[in-house]
Design a protein around this ligand. Structure first.
Ligand SMILES: NC(=O)c1ccc[n+]([C@@H]2O[C@H](COP(=O)([O-])OP(=O)(O)OC[C@H]3O[C@@H](n4cnc5c(N)ncnc54)[C@H](OP(=O)(O)O)[C@@H]3O)[C@@H](O)[C@H]2O)c1
Length: 300
């Protein structure tokens, strides 16, 4: 093994940092691309390398790929996400990389309207046109999105993500990271597409009800009013992101994002175990928000 065996793009974020921790735990030597190596080094595992790179500055990429066999690619939310992702694929093709695990989205083709969905499809096309051995990891809506909603859940008793009443098979980021790391480190995953989904099909009211069960107060679902959501979100997020999220939530409200029986059965193969249920995540997070969290819960 060289000094580095896996280049991780997106390795300081919610999913990528879990990927990096698991790679290190399993004896790999990841190199993490980041725009802020110093602060990333303070937060990440000691044996990971953190090096400057920016997908908007293609000239920063070649040195990061030196001596690397495998690439984990997570493309960030960005108005030019497709261009950024394709730039990473082109750099991989010019390098010693032969295997790529790309973080996409569950059933992304079903709802091509949001720019971040269109981007995943374009990056996937460019990977498929390359000679690289590719595995697609396609996660559902993250449980960990709820970490943004501590205040409404704990202080106002409202669950605000307008996911609707059809249902999503939301998933734990730690399961997404396990699926990605299995695909990176074990043989036999090239050319495969893995939906990564949780075991429960959850509607907005069911998510709220799960929080109510673990808290001393009731939590109600904030409802499906996307106009009201857009107004509030517009105070915190850039306009293009709000528009894309709104389209995505509309799709969730109309069609949901449910896993098929076959996809659910497939999880034990993808993970090597059963996926984490939402109830366990909520139990951990509520303990953490109440100041009683364990170290494992801190990663949740
Ligand atoms: N949230 C969901 O429910 C959900 C579900 C399915 C799929 N997804 C997809 O998951 C992805 C988001 O994952 P996440 O939440 O883990 O992301 P995140 O926490 O926002 O982290 C973004 C990562 O991208 C890196 N990055 C940002 N701009 C960059 C640039 N110009 N050059 C190089 N690196 C850059 C950041 O690194 P530095 O800041 O250190 O440079 C960071 O590591 C998106 O593609 C989204 O569409 C989300």
């Amino acid at each position: 093994m060289s000094d580095t065996d896996v280049l991780v793009i997106g390795g300081t974020g919610t999913v990528g940092s879990a990927v990096v921790r698991r790679l290190v735990d399993r004896g790999a030597k990841p190199r993490v691309m980041t725009r802020s190596p110093e602060s990333a080094r303070e937060d990440g595992p000691e044996t990971a390398q953190y090096a400057y790179g920016d997908l908007t500055e293609p000239e920063t990429l070649p040195p990061l790929f030196e001596g690397v066999e495998k690439l984990y690619l997570l493309t960030p939310l960005h108005p030019n996400e497709a261009k950024l992702g394709i730039c990473a694929v082109e750099a991989a093709e010019e390098s010693s990389v032969s295997r790529v695990v790309y973080h996409s989205i569950h059933n992304v083709e079903a709802d091509p309207a949001p720019r971040y969905h269109e981007a995943k499809m374009k990056v996937t096309d460019s990977l498929r046109e390359s000679d690289l051995g590719v595995t697609l990891i396609r996660p559902n809506n993250f449980f960990q999105n709820d970490l943004l909603f501590r205040e409404p859940i704990m202080e106002k008793g409202v669950y605000p993500q307008p996911i609707g009443n059809v249902g999503l098979n939301r998933v734990d980021v730690r399961d997404i990271a396990d699926a990605a790391v299995n695909a990176l480190l074990e043989p036999g995953h090239e050319g495969k597409t893995y939906p990564v989904v949780g075991p429960d099909t959850l509607t907005g009211p069911e998510v709220a009800e799960t929080y109510s069960r673990h808290l001393p107060h009731q939590v109600r679902y904030g409802g499906n009013d996307l106009g009201a959501w857009t107004e509030q979100a517009g105070e915190m997020l850039p306009e293009w992101v709000v528009g894309d999220f709104q389209r995505n939530y509309q799709f969730f409200q109309e069609q949901g994002l449910r896993a098929s029986r076959e996809e659910l059965d497939h999880q034990s193969e993808v993970l090597g175990r059963e996926p984490r249920p939402f109830d366990s995540f909520v139990q951990e997070v509520v303990a953490r928000w109440s100041g009683e969290g364990s170290e494992e819960a801190r990663e949740a």
